[in-house]
Every structure is written in structure tokens, then in C-alpha cells.
Design a protein. Structure first.
Ligand code: MLC
Ligand code: AMP
Length: 517
């Protein structure tokens, strides 16, 4: 394999497959087994299907399908064929999908057959020439056509800086932005994590990962899948997170990755005991802050210390608590140290380096930092400093030992159960409703989701608004996780002297709404 071919992330993942391709690579929770040979052949067949479409260089393959092993294989096939994978949350509705498809102009859209009746016309209207279906039960036109393709495929030649994926991440103002990730971004991060988290080789007993996260975001798609494939490790695959099923499978596994909500829900399972976790090597948490109470309770119940790490769609993983005790202890409430190769600094509003423990803006650089926002050069420029650091929008500090702690965000963002919800987007929809003068969405603590949105709405003079009706109208337009969990119609919003809505005050007012289960 020459150096150029190897720049294709798929080539590196493929090189991680074990020599014996007949061993089990993925076992679903329903008992289906896929060998490494199956992954190789099926990804070759779908890659050949894509190749036969004669797409232009850099063509986007937009995918909104239920989680399945075949959906993962479609991701691998896209890399293998040299195209750009564009995963989309299954909760997105037609207005959201219209925007993504219109903006990304994918050459191929793959969706569920249930969504095809409304999604295919959106794709056609946007000029997408190819629409396929793929369902969770291994049916759909994608697999029908692929079944007639050869299972031999030469991995497409890619350069380091060629795009591998676009991940849409909502903007604080305006519409979502597509973060462009290159083969180098993803591969460099995967290689660092393989080493840093001590993935065990076969000779050391190997690892088995329980995969229970969605595969349309960085955490489930990149961190989890790349980790297992690069190390040739088996995955126990759950199409959706079920805390009891995960706990039941722990004795057969050694690695688990989750957002804090998953850990909270697993703690409610009586089967979560030290004995059930005896074979486990590593529990990893990220995508949202892990409460220190969860961190402590987990240690008490299981004897394991959760390793918390921090990342973003634009950068993949940035920091991690240490795996190896020689590097230090895992500290609850912190996100650990910058990963090897990542430069992370904290800067004041004035752009000066902060001193130890001083709170400021987190800025990062490294081979993992994305290539920019899709077709948004101006927005991209704004998010980088003059010396090339990416402004994360997270606010934090670094202590004397080098541990990074995230204390807040300068971006107006709510992270709910590991999904990002942008108040500006929801406010925009509410403000367009009949009788609404203005609105504010704030994040408040929630025992299960960590944080959830609450809407505070003001009626136009003479209009009467019904809080429940506002939520019903929103539900018809937006992904379900974005819907505020409560809505209040009030007479006025608190403002500061400059006339700006004081969201901190609103947050304080409503902070006890969902604090207890
Ligand atoms: C579901 N609901 C949510 C929600 N998920 N509400 C707020 N926040 C969420 N995250 C609501 C639905 O709207 C619905 O309400 C009800 O809960 C049931 O929906 P469901 O789909 O059946 O929920 P469930 O399967 O229980 O899902 C919860 C969850 C899921 C925690 C398993 O949200 C999840 O998988 N989260 C992980 C997200 C993730 O992978 N993030 C990584 C991002 S990458 P109703 O009223 O409609 O019935 C990233 C970078 C990094 O951040 O560092 O990793
Ligand atoms: P996303 O855009 O979905 O990739 O979300 C990235 C954001 O998630 C980051 O900018 C952080 O605000 C947040 N995040 C990720 N990991 C952590 C963590 N361990 N603790 C706190 N926030 C986190």
C-alpha cells in the first residue's frame, strides 16, 4: 500500500482488521454476527455502487437512517470510495432536512423508506440525482442495488487534506454550519486515542466495545467506531440505547462510551454491580459535562473511575483524563489534559494568555482541527484567531498540573442529553408564530438530560397566547430533542440597561423546574 493510498482513513481502519477475517467484528444485540470479512466485502459492494454512479470528486453522500450495522458499513463504503459522508440526526424534520440538503447539495441521499415520501422530493428539488433507501432491518434499495455489485474494490486514493465527512453543527446566529473534516483530521485523532486510551492488542487479551450511541455525531461515529476498527476490536452493537441491555452485556465487554445521560440511566439499573463490571477496562464519558455526583456514584457502585474527555464536531477529541495512572489520576469535574498533538490555550477577552486557574476562552490547534465551515469562508475566518487557533466557544481554565476544566460557554448553547440545542434557532421559530412579540430560550438543569430548554414568550399587544399550543406548533417543525420542555407566556422579559434580555436571570428563575427526578 503506498503512502498516498494510506491517507484514506478507510485504509488505516482496514489495516487494523485482524489477520483472521472470519472472526466476529460486530455482534448485534439481537444476535446477528458480522465477521471482519463481511465488513470488508459489504463496504466494497457499496463503494462499487457509489463508484458506478460516476460522482464528481468530493461528492457528498447525505445519510439520514436508523442506526444499523449496514449504516456503519455505508459510512465505511463512502470513505473507501473517496466521497464525503454527511450524517444527519434521525430526529430532523422536513424544514431542517431541506436546509441541510439545499446547503450541502449532496449527490446521493440515503434515507429510511418511511421518510422517502417526503425526503425524496426535497432531494430532487435540490438537484440531488440519486436517492436510495436503507432500513434498520437490512432492507432498502441501497442494499438491493449493492447486492449486484462486486465485493472487490480498490480503496480510493486520497490526500491528507481531502474531505472525509461534513458534520453540521448549529450556529449561534443564523443557520447550521457544516464542519469539514479531512482524512487527516479523523485519522490523527483516532491514532492518538488508540494509544492514549490503551486499546489492547490481541496479544494483551483484546478489547470489546459496547456501542450504544447514535452514529450521526462525532462521539458514536468517529470516537467509538474508529477506536474499535483501528484496533481490530469486536463491537457489541445496540441500535438504540437501553440501559438494562447495556448492563446485561457488560460482563462480555471491556470498553463503553457514553454521554452523561447514559451513565445516569445505567445507575438506575439494579444490575449495575462490581461483579457485572469485573471484565470492564474503561468507561469513557463526553459530549456534555459529567456531574461530579455521577462520577462519584459510579466509582462507588462499580469500582471504576469514569474517564471524562472533551471534544467538538469541529475538532474531534481535544482533551482527555489520563488512562494510565502514571500520567496522573482521573479527576472528576475536569476534562483532563490536552491530547498529544493538540495545542490548547485559555485566553482573556483581551486575547492575553490566562494564568494558572484563570478563567478564559478555550482556543485550540492541531492536526485534528477541521478545515473550515462548508461554503462559509467568512464564518470560518471569524472562528479562528490571527495565529490560527480555533475558538471553541467554551470557557474554562487550566490548573497547575495541566488539568483543563470547562466552566461554561460563551456561545448561547444548551447541551441536552448530549445533543446541541441552539436557543437562537428555536426563538426564530417561535417569533414567527402568530401573536408572538418575542421569546427567549434558556437552559435549566435537568436530572436526566443534564440541561433542557425552557421557552419564555411575550405576546403582541392585544394577542392571547397558549403556551401548550406553542409547543405543539414547534413539534410539527423541529426535531423532538429541540422542543423546550416547558413554555411560559409572560408579560415582559428582564433586560439590562442596554436593553439586552438577561438570560442569566431567566435561568435562575426557572432552575428548579426539573432539578429533581
Ligand atoms: C430524547 N429526548 C430528548 C433527548 N433525547 N430531549 C432532550 N434531549 C435529548 N437528548 C426526548 C424526545 O424528544 C422524546 O420526547 C423523548 O425524549 C423520548 O425520545 P427517545 O428518542 O425515545 O429518547 P431516548 O431514546 O431515551 O434518547 C435519549 C438519549 C439520546 C440520551 C439516549 O438523546 C442520545 O442518544 N443522546 C446521545 C447524543 C450523542 O451521541 N451526542 C454526541 C454528540 S458529539 P417527546 O416529548 O417527543 O416524547 C459531541 C462531541 C463530543 O458532542 O465531544 O462527543
Ligand atoms: P458538538 O458541537 O456537538 O460537537 O458539541 C461540542 C460541545 O460539547 C463542546 O464545545 C463543549 O461545549 C461540549 N462538550 C463536549 N465534551 C464535553 C465535556 N466533557 N464536558 C463539558 N462539555 C463538553
Amino acid at each position: 500500500m503506498n503512502a498516498k493510498t494510506h491517507a484514506n482513513l478507510f485504509a488505516a481502519l482496514r489495516a487494523g482488521f485482524p489477520a483472521d477475517l472470519d472472526r466476529i467484528a460486530v455482534e448485534t444485540d439481537t444476535g446477528l454476527c458480522y465477521s471482519w470479512r463481511d465488513l470488508d466485502r459489504a463496504s466494497a459492494m457499496i463503494a462499487n455502487l457509489l463508484k458506478a454512479l460516476d460522482l464528481e470528486e468530493g461528492a457528498r453522500i447525505a445519510v439520514q437512517v436508523e442506526k444499523s450495522v449496514e449504516a456503519m458499513i455505508l459510512y465505511l463504503a463512502t470513505l473507501r470510495a473517496g466521497y464525503v459522508f454527511l450524517p444527519l440526526n434521525t430526529a430532523y424534520r422536513s424544514a431542517e432536512m431541506s436546509y441541510f440538503i439545499g446547503n450541502a447539495e449532496p449527490a446521493v441521499v440515503v434515507c429510511s423508506s418511511a421518510n422517502a415520501p417526503w425526503l425524496a422530493p426535497i432531494a430532487t428539488a435540490a438537484g440531488t440525482p440519486h436517492v436510495f433507501t436503507l432500513d434498520g432491518d437490512r432492507t432498502g434499495t441501497l442494499l438491493e442495488v449493492a447486492s449486484r455489485c462486486s465485493d472487490r474494490h480498490e480503496i480510493a486514493h486520497k490526500n491528507d487534506d481531502d474531505l472525509a465527512a461534513i458534520i453540521y453543527t448549529s450556529g449561534t446566529t443564523g443557520r447550521s454550519k457544516g464542519a469539514m473534516l479531512t482524512h487527516r483530521n479523523l485519522l490523527s485523532n483516532a491514532e492518538v486515542l488508540k494509544d492514549y486510551w490503551g486499546w489492547r492488542s490481541e496479544a494483551e487479551g483484546g478489547d470489546v466495545l459496547i456501542h450504544a450511541l447514535p452514529i450521526f455525531h462525532v462521539h458514536g461515529l468517529f470516537v467509538a467506531i474508529h477506536g474499535a476498527l483501528l484496533n481490530g476490536s469486536r463491537m457489541i452493537w445496540l441500535d438504540r440505547f437501553d440501559p438494562k441491555r447495556v448492563v446485561d452485556r457488560l460482563p462480555e465487554a471491556s470498553v463503553f462510551m457514553g454521554v452523561p445521560t447514559l451513565y445516569g440511566r445505567m445507575l438506575a439499573e439494579p444490575g449495575l454491580t462490581r461483579k457485572a463490571c469485573a471484565n470492564m477496562r474503561l468507561f469513557i464519558s463526553g459530549s456534555a459535562p459529567l456531574l461530579i455526583e455521577t462520577f462519584n456514584e459510579w466509582r462507588e457502585r462499580t469500582g471504576h473511575t469514569i474517564l471524562e474527555r472533551y471534544g467538538m464536531s469541529e475538532t474531534a477529541m481535544l482533551t482527555s483524563n489520563p488512562y494510565n495512572p502514571v500520567q496522573g489520576e482521573r479527576r472528576g469535574g475536569t476534562v483532563g489534559f490536552p491530547l498529544p498533538g493538540v495545542q490548547l490555550r485559555v485566553r482573556s477577552d483581551a486575547g492575553e494568555d490566562c494564568t494558572t486557574d484563570e478563567i478564559g476562552h478555550i482556543e485550540v490547534d492541531g492536526p485534528n482541527v477541521f478545515a473550515g465551515y462548508w461554503r462559509m469562508p467568512e464564518k470560518t475566518k471569524e472562528e479562528f484567531t490571527a495565529d490560527g487557533y480555533f475558538r471553541t466557544g467554551d470557557v474554562g481554565k487550566i490548573d497547575g498540573l495541566g488539568y483543563v476544566t470547562i466552566v461554561g460557554r460563551s456561545k448561547d448553547l444548551i447541551i441536552s442529553g448530549g445533543y446541541n440545542v441552539y436557543p437562537a434557532e428555536i426563538e426564530g421559530y417561535i417569533n414567527e408564530m402568530a401573536g408572538v412579540a418575542e421569546s427567549a430560550i434558556v437552559g435549566v438543569p435537568h436530572a436526566d438530560f443534564g440541561e433542557v430548554g425552557v421557552a419564555i414568550v411575550i405576546a403582541k399587544a392585544g394577542a392571547t397566547l397558549d403556551a401548550e399550543a406553542i409547543l405543539v406548533e414547534l413539534k410539527a417543525k423541529l426535531a423532538n430533542f429541540k422542543i423546550p420542555k416547558r413554555c411560559f407566556v409572560v408579560a415582559e422579559l428582564p433586560r439590562n440597561a442596554m436593553g439586552k434580555v438577561q438570560k442569566a436571570l431567566l435561568r435562575e428563575q426557572h432552575q428548579a423546574l426539573f432539578a429533581n427526578p
